[in-house]
Design a protein around this ligand. Structure first.
Ligand code: NAP
Length: 298
């Protein structure tokens, strides 16, 4: 969008990409897109942007700082420094993982961190959701629409989630809760094609230390997200307690003039590919307007 406005945008990001790039299943909730995977959408997005003159630097950003004049920003990567008049932060957020045995192995083969994206794969099958916050409640409610039984595994004896969401979960006929329960391991085997496939989750009651195997094909880890903001010089931008960049209402402006934020790095609530794409377009419009009003366009 910025290249179309006659600007000279540089997209700095390592090739491994973000959440959409890592999504091997079909994307069903991006308007106008059908029968296409995440990487295919990212490929088309890059192609489209490149055709309008966007340049790509396939490197990881290590720091961002303001220069001495305070009118430009210095973006440092592993190999280069880029000086820019304006920056759009769109570095997303990483799902937190439990770090237990089998979790990494079965990711994409039954273990997921996105019920909205992958829940439909477990139609009429039993699944577990791990966590006790709003995300876990929402995931359980989404999954209860299609899965046969949803078991929420929570490490304590009460939910952290908002009362209304917690009540909905507790009252739902297809959802059961195992309190004081932690995951010991995710277990399964390989399909004939050699793909790992989850078949059970070993859980432990933290009071009795009793363990049991729950037969499930889907397990949704919903224990929070960490926004990717560690590369930012400390104190440069206002962030909330969870590390999300704070944007001003109805804009993508951050607390620093000339720096804008889009997508999950600033979004605690929606976190979908389409909402991120929308806020990316908003940030591009904000940035272009800011450059114009600051007399920095030619
Ligand atoms: P969260 O509120 O931080 O909750 C994370 C949950 O995971 C907690 O119940 C926590 O247990 C549990 N947990 C964390 N680490 C764990 C571990 N290693 N093993 C087992 N359990 C673990 O995260 P969230 O639910 O993603 O919500 C993040 C923010 O977004 C919140 O402010 C939330 O209100 C907001 N949000 C809002 C909505 C909405 O308004 N519709 C929807 C989703 C999220 P403990 O409780 O024991 O700490």
């Amino acid at each position: 969008m910025q290249a179309r406005a006659g600007l000279k945008p540089v997209v700095i990001a390592p090739l491994e990409g973000g959440q959409l790039q890592g999504k091997g299943v079909l994307v069903e909730n991006f308007p106008g897109v059908a029968g296409v995977t995440g990487p295919a959408i990212v490929f088309d997005m890059r192609k489209q942007a490149a055709e309008f003159g966007t340049r790509f630097l396939e490197e990881k950003v290590t720091t961002i700082d303001a220069d001495a004049t305070g009118k430009s920003f210095i973006v440092t990567t592993e190999k280069h420094q880029v000086v820019a008049h304006t920056i759009i932060l769109a570095t997303g957020a990483d799902s937190r993982w439990l770090g237990v045995a089998g979790e990494y192995q079965y990711r994409g083969g039954g273990v997921s961190s996105c019920a909205t994206c992958d829940g439909f794969l477990f139609r009429d099958k039993p699944v577990v959701v791990i966590g006790g916050g709003d995300t876990a409640m929402e995931d359980a409610l989404v999954l209860a629409r299609t899965s046969s039984v949803v078991t929420v595994l929570h490490r304590r004896d009460s939910f952290r989630a908002s009362h209304i969401l917690a009540q909905r979960v507790l009252e739902h006929p297809n959802i059961q809760v195992k309190w004081n329960t932690t995951v010991v391991s995710f277990d399964g085997s390989n399909t004939t094609d050699g793909e790992p496939m989850l078949s059970s989750v070993k859980v432990r009651n933290v009071n009795t230390l009793e363990e049991e195997d729950l037969a499930v094909e889907g397990a949704f880890v919903a224990i929070g997200h960490d926004p990717n903001t560690k590369y930012m010089k400390e104190g440069l931008l206002d962030m909330d307690q969870g590390g999300n960049v704070i944007t001003q209402p109805d804009t993508c402006k951050t607390s620093v003039p000339g720096v804008f934020a889009a997508g999950d790095v600033a979004d605690r609530v929606y976190r979908q590919a389409i909402t991120s794409a929308g806020s990316g377009a908003m940030a591009a419009l904000d940035a272009e307007r800011w450059l114009r009003e600051s007399g920095l366009t030619f």
